[in-house]
Design a protein around this ligand. Structure first.
Ligand SMILES: Nc1ncnc2c1ncn2[C@@H]1O[C@H](COP(=O)(O)OP(=O)(O)O)[C@@H](O)[C@H]1O
Ligand SMILES: [Mg+2]
Length: 304
């Protein structure tokens, strides 16, 4: 008999012992595919004074069992609290904290993907001086366009004011956009700011609400170095395209120090595929069109 693997979900903020409704479809699909399920309180975990009670309804297991979290993003610090709490109850999260950070923070991912991802500079954000340093580093991009994000997320829906800068040598526009990004990320700013070479991607359409260009992108998931699946990234747009060959990305994935992660790839206008970013597989969203039951069926196979 194979060992029972558990999927850990967030409970509803309104009702204990019920899964967060945004993950209800995944919860059902996980159960149907033979996973055990666990719930914890996300709001408690991310609060300053209640994190120690977040897993209080999870009873210690009599023998060690493996657990995969599927839920909202956590900072590495919050993840480490969850990791240690579960460990003390004989539940072993699939990724140690270092592995979580490897794919969660773009600067930490670069060591695995730098040959296949746009050129990137970054700076931890402390104060205005950090912005000066980052602008200095960004001069390697010359007059070329760049994209901004924090160590985890962009403000891509504010594309023109906080994400895309048409000319990196226009330092006043660059500073304005970095400042806007910091203002929008506000208390959710992750560590620092990243500036990346903008590359022309193969257009699908323009986002109906934000005006952001939607381009040919796919999200791949890898578990225990095996490809779980490759999924269309956007729900809008025309994906009547053959899915790309993933062989070379599967090879790169084998070098990534994480047991469960996502890899976003995109097609450039010249046809070549690049990696946009990695993400921890536990907090990477499943694209809307992805069949939840197929995903968990594949995940179960990759866990064996
Ligand atoms: N270097 C780049 N060149 C061109 N487009 C990019 C680049 N990086 C990101 N994008 C576009 O911006 C979107 C958001 O970037 P991403 O790094 O994935 O941020 P987020 O973490 O917010 O998802 C991507 O899905 C892609 O369409
Ligand atoms: Mg992304």
């Amino acid at each position: 008999m194979t060992e029972q693997v558990y999927i850990l979900f967030c409970e509803s903020p309104f009702q204990a012992n019920k899964v967060d409704e945004d993950f209800e479809d995944e919860f059902i699909a996980a159960k149907e595919n033979g996973f055990g399920t666990l719930l914890f309180n996300f709001e408690d975990l991310v609060s300053l004074d209640r994190s120690s009670v977040a897993t209080k309804r999870i009873r210690p297991n009599d023998k060690p069992a493996n657990v995969i979290y599927r839920g909202w993003m956590l900072t590495p610090k919050q993840y480490s609290i969850l990791y240690n709490d579960l460990w003390s109850k004989n539940f072993n999260l699939i990724n140690p904290v270092v592995a979580y950070q490897n794919c969660h923070y773009l600067p930490d991912s670069l060591k695995f993907i730098k040959d296949r991802t746009p050129k990137t500079v970054f700076e931890k954000f402390d104060d205005e001086k950090s912005i000066d340093k980052l602008i200095e580093k960004s001069q390697i991009f010359g007059q070329n366009p760049v994209i901004l994000k924090d160590y985890v997320k962009s403000e891509k829906h504010d594309w023109a004011t906080a994400c895309f800068v048409a000319d990196a040598s226009d330092t006043s526009k660059l500073r304005k956009s970095i400042t806007k990004l910091i203002e929008l990320r506000d208390k959710y700013l992750n560590e620092g700011i990243v500036v990346r070479a903008f590359v022309a991607l193969n257009d699908l359409t323009i986002h109906s609400k934000s005006g952001m260009p939607l381009t040919e992108e796919y999200r791949l998931f890898f578990c225990n170095k095996k490809l779980v699946g490759i999924y269309d990234y956007w729900e809008e747009g025309d994906y009547k395209l053959a899915k790309p060959d993933t062989t070379e990305f599967e090879a790169i994935a084998r070098s990534v120090e994480s047991n469960f992660f996502s890899m976003d790839i995109a097609r450039q206008k010249n046809g070549d595929l690049i990696i946009i970013e990695l993400g921890d597989g536990q907090v990477a969203g499943l694209p809307d069109k992805t069949s939840r039951s197929e995903f968990y069926e594949r995940l179960q196979i990759c866990c064996r």
